[in-house]
Write a protein that binds this ligand. Structure first.
Ligand SMILES: [Zn+2]
Length: 474
């Protein structure tokens, strides 16, 4: 738990920053509103070229390293056309970022330190959530944008209290303290004279943390209710409810107790990352002063940890879909900067392995679930193991031996062995391999589109991103 003093300091700083920048945001807001029909076209073009972004959308593909994107490119390739095709990200590549944390023992970052670097511009120890090496809270760009009167949003497919989204709106020396992190994410801050929620739109998983229960399942702390009562949040728990609501300015959408299911394992109740991104933009863009939105594709990382090629590719695909939608919005809006990057790579994916000059990731289309998702299903009580295997692994040349290895491991309730047996079937046909079960230390791509994109060009340290995003408030 962070000391009360450091949080209080954060709030004081907010007021100072607010006073400093209110003039410029007011001007920008009026310009937008006062746009006359006849001059709209010219004014818009000029703004597109020279203006500072009013809105910033930062998209983080957790664990989406360069080789993971390389695998995705092979997966997306139209084989009837010679050569490898472009993927949507290619048009917006501006550089790369180094992903180092500042840990006394470890020189590869975790998502806490990486999230802190991106959110605050401060390098810290692994496991930290926006605190520095002395465990003191450090300001996040989301807090800065809120203090400047802009709206703020967080979208993730993990629980919202997980490391990356947490790093934008909470401060804690331990990413594991998700109960406290939820409280901080539900807090209000003073913006001018008004009491406002620190985050106006939150969409993802995590009822377990926002409606905290005792051992008997009785709700002991209902943060959602507090947010509804204090700040007029609309609360939704399903895709339908979320899509139906077009009026609310503030929304908390919790679609799972903890993390949401992966894209191809989703239930009907769960929206896609694109749908959550579109919804967040629709809400936040009602603020004429602008907004800051962080969208995390949380689970390429988890697929990397699990060495799950099907999960990796389908999660990047879901991220790509959300990315294209954000770019589309930015192209129309003209005042929006979209940055996409990874916080680090995960799994050490090898795009081709052994002695064969081949890589065939399209085999993942013959998987009806991710390897992790299927493993969980196979280990459920009373699972019809054989039926599940036949239904979800539609790889035609799977051998009886391969099937038996999966079924035996599942019957023995051995999670690691079941997952490994499924991985093996897919990796063999794709000719893929994995060099790590955790994060790897290489640089990652950075993509940017919209006013201000020049700041992200070249090779930069991850902490520079926060400084760049902050600079647009000046
Ligand atoms: Zn991460």
């Amino acid at each position: 738990m962070v000391s009360f003093k450091s949080i209080a300091t954060t709030t004081l700083l907010s007021a100072t920053i607010l006073a400093g920048i209110s003039a410029s945001t007011d001007a920008a807001g009026k310009e937008h509103q006062g746009k006359a029909l006849g001059h709209a076209k010219h004014a818009k073009i000029a703004q597109c070229k020279n203006g500072q972004p009013k809105n910033v959308i930062l998209m983080i593909g957790d664990g989406m390293g360069i080789s993971q994107l390389g695998a995705y490119r092979y997966y997306k390739d139209n084989e009837n056309v010679p050569g490898l095709d472009k993927i949507s990200f290619d048009n917006y590549l501006v550089g790369s970022q180094l992903t180092l944390s500042d840990d006394p023992k470890l020189n590869i970052t975790d998502s806490g330190a990486a999230g802190t670097a991106l959110a605050t511009g401060v390098r810290t120890f692994n496991g930290a959530i926006s605190v520095d090496k002395n465990k003191q809270a450090v300001r996040t760009v989301l807090e800065d944008y809120k203090a400047a009167g802009r709206s703020t949003g967080l979208v993730a497919t993990s629980e919202l209290t997980h490391a990356t989204p947490a790093a934008f709106a909470a401060h804690n020396p331990s990413r594991k303290d998700e109960m406290d992190i939820a409280k901080q994410m539900a807090r209000t801050v003073k913006v001018g004279k008004e009491e406002q929620p620190i985050v106006d739109v939150m969409l993802g998983g995590g009822t377990d943390f926002f409606q905290q229960k005792d051992k008997n399942g009785k709700v002991t702390l209902d943060l959602v209710k507090q947010m509804q009562d204090k700040s007029g949040f609309k609360y939704v728990t399903s895709r339908d409810e979320m899509l139906k609501d077009t009026n609310s300015k503030r929304m908390i959408g919790l679609f799972a107790e903890s993390a949401m299911n992966k894209h191809i394992d989703r239930t009907e109740k769960e929206p896609s990352l694109k749908e959550m991104t579109d919804t967040a933009i629709q809400k936040l863009s009602q603020n004429k002063k602008g907004f800051f939105l962080m969208v995390e594709g949380s689970q390429p990382d988890w697929s990397g940890h699990a060495n799950d090629l099907t999960g990796m590719i389908s999660e990047i695909s879901a991220f790509d879909e959300a990315y294209q939608s954000a770019i589309e919005y930015a192209k129309k809006d003209c005042n929006t900067l979209v940055i996409a990057l990874a916080d680090h790579a995960t799994g050490g994916l090898s795009v081709g392995t052994g002695e064969k000059y081949e890589f065939h990731p399209k085999v993942v289309d013959q998987m009806k679930m991710t390897h992790e998702g299927l493993t969980a299903k196979l280990l459920e009580k009373d699972a019809d193991i054989e039926a599940l295997v036949n239904e979800n692994i539609q790889i035609k040349d799977i051998t009886a031996e391969e099937k038996k290895a999966i079924i035996d491991a599942a019957k023995a309730k051995d999670e690691a062995k079941t997952l490994a047996a499924i991985n093996k079937v897919v990796d063999k046909r794709a000719n893929a391999a994995w060099g790590s079960k955790v994060h790897t230390g290489e640089e990652v791509h950075v993509y940017a589109f919209g006013p201000g994109k020049e700041k992200f060009m070249g090779v930069q340290h991850n902490i520079q991103n926060a400084e760049n995003i902050r600079s647009f408030l000046k």
